[in-house]
Design a binder for this molecule. Structure first.
Ligand code: FE2
Length: 292
Protein backbone atom coordinates (compact mmCIF):
# COMPACT_ATOMS: atom_id res chain seq x y z
CA UNK A 1 0.00 0.00 0.00
CA UNK A 2 1.12 3.59 -0.65
CA UNK A 3 0.45 4.47 3.00
CA UNK A 4 2.61 1.64 4.25
CA UNK A 5 -0.28 0.44 6.41
CA UNK A 6 -0.61 -3.25 7.02
CA UNK A 7 -3.98 -4.93 6.83
CA UNK A 8 -4.31 -8.35 8.43
CA UNK A 9 -6.87 -10.85 7.25
CA UNK A 10 -8.12 -14.21 8.47
CA UNK A 11 -10.57 -16.84 7.41
CA UNK A 12 -13.89 -16.79 9.31
CA UNK A 13 -14.55 -19.29 12.12
CA UNK A 14 -17.04 -21.25 10.02
CA UNK A 15 -14.46 -21.62 7.27
CA UNK A 16 -11.27 -22.95 8.90
CA UNK A 17 -10.12 -19.62 10.36
CA UNK A 18 -9.95 -18.01 13.78
CA UNK A 19 -12.10 -15.03 12.82
CA UNK A 20 -9.57 -12.73 14.49
CA UNK A 21 -9.28 -10.33 11.58
CA UNK A 22 -11.26 -9.26 8.55
CA UNK A 23 -12.18 -12.06 6.21
CA UNK A 24 -11.48 -11.33 2.54
CA UNK A 25 -15.21 -11.11 1.86
CA UNK A 26 -15.52 -8.60 4.76
CA UNK A 27 -13.07 -6.38 2.91
CA UNK A 28 -15.08 -6.65 -0.29
CA UNK A 29 -18.29 -5.68 1.54
CA UNK A 30 -16.52 -2.87 3.41
CA UNK A 31 -15.05 -1.60 0.12
CA UNK A 32 -18.58 -0.97 -1.11
CA UNK A 33 -19.52 0.97 2.04
CA UNK A 34 -16.37 3.12 2.05
CA UNK A 35 -16.79 3.73 -1.69
CA UNK A 36 -20.27 5.19 -1.05
CA UNK A 37 -18.89 7.48 1.66
CA UNK A 38 -15.94 8.54 -0.50
CA UNK A 39 -17.97 9.52 -3.57
CA UNK A 40 -20.41 11.48 -1.40
CA UNK A 41 -17.48 13.24 0.29
CA UNK A 42 -15.91 14.16 -3.09
CA UNK A 43 -19.27 15.43 -4.38
CA UNK A 44 -19.80 17.60 -1.28
CA UNK A 45 -16.27 19.02 -1.66
CA UNK A 46 -16.88 19.96 -5.31
CA UNK A 47 -20.17 21.63 -4.35
CA UNK A 48 -18.51 23.50 -1.47
CA UNK A 49 -20.82 21.89 1.11
CA UNK A 50 -19.67 21.23 4.63
CA UNK A 51 -20.70 17.69 5.32
CA UNK A 52 -21.46 16.66 8.90
CA UNK A 53 -20.95 13.20 10.26
CA UNK A 54 -22.10 10.29 8.13
CA UNK A 55 -21.96 6.66 9.12
CA UNK A 56 -22.56 3.41 7.37
CA UNK A 57 -23.21 -0.12 8.61
CA UNK A 58 -22.42 -2.95 6.26
CA UNK A 59 -24.07 -6.34 6.58
CA UNK A 60 -22.80 -9.19 4.46
CA UNK A 61 -24.78 -12.35 3.79
CA UNK A 62 -23.05 -15.43 2.39
CA UNK A 63 -24.76 -18.08 0.28
CA UNK A 64 -26.08 -20.99 2.31
CA UNK A 65 -25.98 -23.49 -0.54
CA UNK A 66 -24.11 -23.94 -3.79
CA UNK A 67 -20.68 -22.35 -4.30
CA UNK A 68 -19.60 -20.20 -1.33
CA UNK A 69 -19.79 -16.51 -2.19
CA UNK A 70 -21.37 -13.24 -1.05
CA UNK A 71 -25.09 -13.33 -1.72
CA UNK A 72 -26.07 -9.85 -0.55
CA UNK A 73 -24.61 -6.68 0.95
CA UNK A 74 -26.92 -4.37 2.90
CA UNK A 75 -25.84 -0.79 3.54
CA UNK A 76 -27.53 1.20 6.30
CA UNK A 77 -26.44 4.80 5.70
CA UNK A 78 -27.09 7.48 8.32
CA UNK A 79 -26.84 10.96 6.77
CA UNK A 80 -26.30 14.28 8.60
CA UNK A 81 -29.56 15.73 9.95
CA UNK A 82 -29.00 19.25 8.54
CA UNK A 83 -28.98 18.33 4.83
CA UNK A 84 -31.71 19.82 2.62
CA UNK A 85 -33.82 17.36 0.57
CA UNK A 86 -32.04 18.64 -2.58
CA UNK A 87 -28.57 18.06 -1.12
CA UNK A 88 -29.59 14.60 0.01
CA UNK A 89 -30.84 13.78 -3.49
CA UNK A 90 -27.56 14.93 -5.08
CA UNK A 91 -25.47 12.89 -2.66
CA UNK A 92 -27.63 9.80 -3.05
CA UNK A 93 -27.36 10.17 -6.84
CA UNK A 94 -23.58 10.44 -6.57
CA UNK A 95 -23.36 6.93 -5.15
CA UNK A 96 -24.38 5.61 -8.57
CA UNK A 97 -20.86 6.65 -9.64
CA UNK A 98 -19.25 4.39 -7.04
CA UNK A 99 -16.80 2.22 -9.03
CA UNK A 100 -17.05 -0.68 -6.57
CA UNK A 101 -20.82 -0.72 -7.07
CA UNK A 102 -20.30 -0.88 -10.84
CA UNK A 103 -18.16 -3.98 -10.36
CA UNK A 104 -20.54 -5.71 -7.98
CA UNK A 105 -23.89 -4.90 -9.55
CA UNK A 106 -25.33 -7.85 -11.37
CA UNK A 107 -23.47 -10.42 -9.28
CA UNK A 108 -24.35 -9.40 -5.70
CA UNK A 109 -27.68 -8.17 -4.38
CA UNK A 110 -26.99 -4.67 -2.98
CA UNK A 111 -29.61 -3.28 -0.59
CA UNK A 112 -29.32 0.38 0.44
CA UNK A 113 -31.29 1.85 3.31
CA UNK A 114 -31.02 5.61 3.99
CA UNK A 115 -31.70 7.10 7.40
CA UNK A 116 -31.06 10.44 9.03
CA UNK A 117 -28.89 11.10 12.05
CA UNK A 118 -32.02 12.82 13.41
CA UNK A 119 -33.08 9.50 14.81
CA UNK A 120 -29.90 9.11 16.78
CA UNK A 121 -31.24 10.39 20.08
CA UNK A 122 -30.69 7.08 21.77
CA UNK A 123 -33.04 5.77 24.41
CA UNK A 124 -31.23 4.49 27.45
CA UNK A 125 -32.95 1.81 29.47
CA UNK A 126 -32.17 1.45 33.16
CA UNK A 127 -31.05 -1.79 34.74
CA UNK A 128 -30.82 -1.67 38.54
CA UNK A 129 -27.84 -3.77 39.56
CA UNK A 130 -28.17 -6.53 42.12
CA UNK A 131 -25.57 -6.88 44.84
CA UNK A 132 -24.22 -10.40 45.08
CA UNK A 133 -23.14 -11.12 48.66
CA UNK A 134 -21.85 -14.57 48.11
CA UNK A 135 -21.54 -17.03 45.26
CA UNK A 136 -20.35 -20.61 45.62
CA UNK A 137 -20.67 -23.34 42.97
CA UNK A 138 -24.32 -24.04 43.67
CA UNK A 139 -25.34 -21.07 45.80
CA UNK A 140 -25.99 -17.43 44.87
CA UNK A 141 -26.96 -15.06 47.66
CA UNK A 142 -27.82 -11.50 46.62
CA UNK A 143 -29.53 -8.33 47.74
CA UNK A 144 -32.44 -7.72 45.37
CA UNK A 145 -34.12 -4.68 46.89
CA UNK A 146 -35.29 -1.71 44.79
CA UNK A 147 -35.42 1.64 46.55
CA UNK A 148 -38.98 2.95 46.82
CA UNK A 149 -40.62 -0.31 45.80
CA UNK A 150 -44.04 -0.63 47.40
CA UNK A 151 -45.45 -3.59 45.51
CA UNK A 152 -43.90 -6.90 44.50
CA UNK A 153 -45.07 -9.74 42.35
CA UNK A 154 -43.45 -12.91 41.08
CA UNK A 155 -44.31 -14.17 37.62
CA UNK A 156 -43.44 -17.82 36.95
CA UNK A 157 -43.40 -19.18 33.44
CA UNK A 158 -43.50 -22.97 33.44
CA UNK A 159 -42.04 -23.77 30.05
CA UNK A 160 -42.69 -21.66 26.98
CA UNK A 161 -45.09 -18.91 28.04
CA UNK A 162 -46.08 -15.38 27.11
CA UNK A 163 -47.32 -12.59 29.38
CA UNK A 164 -49.81 -11.31 28.58
CA UNK A 165 -51.07 -14.10 26.26
CA UNK A 166 -51.80 -13.34 22.60
CA UNK A 167 -55.18 -12.17 21.38
CA UNK A 168 -55.48 -14.82 18.62
CA UNK A 169 -52.92 -13.68 16.01
CA UNK A 170 -52.25 -10.36 17.75
CA UNK A 171 -49.70 -9.71 20.47
CA UNK A 172 -50.92 -8.15 23.68
CA UNK A 173 -49.02 -5.79 25.97
CA UNK A 174 -49.33 -4.41 29.47
CA UNK A 175 -48.92 -0.69 30.08
CA UNK A 176 -48.95 1.14 33.39
CA UNK A 177 -49.97 4.68 34.21
CA UNK A 178 -49.21 4.64 37.94
CA UNK A 179 -46.56 1.95 38.28
CA UNK A 180 -42.88 1.63 37.32
CA UNK A 181 -41.79 -1.99 36.94
CA UNK A 182 -38.39 -3.37 37.94
CA UNK A 183 -38.14 -6.88 36.57
CA UNK A 184 -35.39 -9.10 37.94
CA UNK A 185 -34.87 -12.60 36.60
CA UNK A 186 -34.56 -15.04 39.50
CA UNK A 187 -34.25 -18.13 37.34
CA UNK A 188 -33.85 -18.82 33.63
CA UNK A 189 -34.01 -16.17 30.94
CA UNK A 190 -36.87 -13.89 29.91
CA UNK A 191 -37.14 -11.89 26.69
CA UNK A 192 -38.95 -8.57 27.09
CA UNK A 193 -40.34 -6.52 24.22
CA UNK A 194 -40.91 -2.84 24.93
CA UNK A 195 -42.90 -0.51 22.66
CA UNK A 196 -43.18 3.22 23.23
CA UNK A 197 -44.45 5.34 20.31
CA UNK A 198 -43.21 8.48 22.11
CA UNK A 199 -39.58 7.41 21.89
CA UNK A 200 -37.20 8.10 18.98
CA UNK A 201 -36.39 4.40 19.20
CA UNK A 202 -39.85 2.94 19.85
CA UNK A 203 -39.02 -0.80 19.79
CA UNK A 204 -36.68 -2.65 22.17
CA UNK A 205 -35.98 -6.33 22.72
CA UNK A 206 -34.19 -7.24 25.95
CA UNK A 207 -32.70 -10.69 26.50
CA UNK A 208 -32.85 -10.40 30.28
CA UNK A 209 -30.87 -12.57 32.64
CA UNK A 210 -30.17 -12.25 36.36
CA UNK A 211 -26.76 -10.65 35.94
CA UNK A 212 -28.23 -7.69 34.04
CA UNK A 213 -30.15 -6.61 37.15
CA UNK A 214 -33.72 -5.36 37.37
CA UNK A 215 -35.04 -3.93 34.08
CA UNK A 216 -36.92 -0.70 34.73
CA UNK A 217 -40.03 -0.23 32.58
CA UNK A 218 -41.08 3.42 32.55
CA UNK A 219 -44.71 4.54 32.79
CA UNK A 220 -46.49 4.56 29.42
CA UNK A 221 -44.24 1.85 27.95
CA UNK A 222 -46.05 -1.17 26.49
CA UNK A 223 -44.39 -4.43 27.49
CA UNK A 224 -44.66 -8.18 27.13
CA UNK A 225 -42.33 -11.04 27.98
CA UNK A 226 -41.73 -14.57 26.76
CA UNK A 227 -39.80 -17.56 28.05
CA UNK A 228 -38.10 -20.37 26.21
CA UNK A 229 -38.93 -24.04 26.72
CA UNK A 230 -37.22 -24.13 30.14
CA UNK A 231 -39.45 -21.40 31.58
CA UNK A 232 -38.31 -18.63 33.92
CA UNK A 233 -39.09 -16.86 37.16
CA UNK A 234 -39.18 -13.06 37.43
CA UNK A 235 -39.54 -10.83 40.49
CA UNK A 236 -41.12 -7.47 39.73
CA UNK A 237 -40.53 -4.85 42.41
CA UNK A 238 -42.84 -2.05 41.41
CA UNK A 239 -42.96 1.57 42.50
CA UNK A 240 -46.62 2.65 42.61
CA UNK A 241 -47.96 6.17 43.11
CA UNK A 242 -51.01 7.08 45.17
CA UNK A 243 -53.36 6.79 42.16
CA UNK A 244 -52.44 3.16 41.50
CA UNK A 245 -55.54 1.03 40.91
CA UNK A 246 -54.87 -2.69 40.34
CA UNK A 247 -58.12 -3.09 38.36
CA UNK A 248 -56.82 -0.64 35.71
CA UNK A 249 -53.09 -1.40 35.58
CA UNK A 250 -53.15 -4.99 34.32
CA UNK A 251 -55.54 -4.82 31.38
CA UNK A 252 -53.83 -6.30 28.28
CA UNK A 253 -53.75 -4.05 25.20
CA UNK A 254 -54.04 -5.88 21.87
CA UNK A 255 -52.20 -4.73 18.74
CA UNK A 256 -55.46 -5.52 16.88
CA UNK A 257 -56.82 -1.96 17.17
CA UNK A 258 -53.59 -0.06 17.76
CA UNK A 259 -51.93 1.14 14.51
CA UNK A 260 -49.54 3.30 16.57
CA UNK A 261 -48.20 0.23 18.38
CA UNK A 262 -48.07 -1.78 15.16
CA UNK A 263 -45.97 1.01 13.62
CA UNK A 264 -43.67 1.03 16.66
CA UNK A 265 -43.27 -2.75 16.40
CA UNK A 266 -42.43 -2.46 12.68
CA UNK A 267 -39.36 -0.33 13.42
CA UNK A 268 -36.10 -2.31 13.64
CA UNK A 269 -35.62 -3.06 17.33
CA UNK A 270 -32.77 -2.08 19.58
CA UNK A 271 -31.46 -5.27 21.19
CA UNK A 272 -30.12 -5.40 24.75
CA UNK A 273 -27.92 -8.39 25.45
CA UNK A 274 -25.50 -9.65 28.08
CA UNK A 275 -22.05 -9.96 26.55
CA UNK A 276 -18.63 -10.41 28.19
CA UNK A 277 -19.91 -9.30 31.58
CA UNK A 278 -21.66 -6.14 30.35
CA UNK A 279 -25.06 -5.00 29.15
CA UNK A 280 -24.70 -4.17 25.50
CA UNK A 281 -27.15 -2.39 23.21
CA UNK A 282 -26.97 -3.34 19.58
CA UNK A 283 -29.07 -3.03 16.44
CA UNK A 284 -30.35 -5.60 14.02
CA UNK A 285 -27.50 -5.16 11.55
CA UNK A 286 -24.64 -5.82 13.92
CA UNK A 287 -26.57 -8.72 15.39
CA UNK A 288 -26.86 -10.24 11.92
CA UNK A 289 -23.12 -9.84 11.40
CA UNK A 290 -22.28 -11.64 14.61
CA UNK A 291 -24.60 -14.53 13.91
CA UNK A 292 -23.42 -15.24 10.37
FE1 FE2 B 1 -45.81 -4.57 34.07
Amino acid sequence: MLSGNLLKTDAPIDHDGKGENFAPTDLLATALGTCFLTVMGITAKHKGWKLGEMSIEVTKTMTSEGPRKIKAIALQIAMPADLSPEQLKVLQGATRDCPVLRNLEGSINVIVNWTSKKRSSQISLSFLPIKVFRETPKVTFFEAGVTGSNGSDVVIHKGRAISPPNDEDYEQYYVHTHQIDHNLVLEGKRTFTLLNPEWDEPHHVIYLNQKMGALQIPIGTYHRSVSGSKGSMVLNQAVRDENFDASKEFVPVSLRERPDLKAAKAVDPVYWIWEAGHIKRTNVNSLLVTTQ
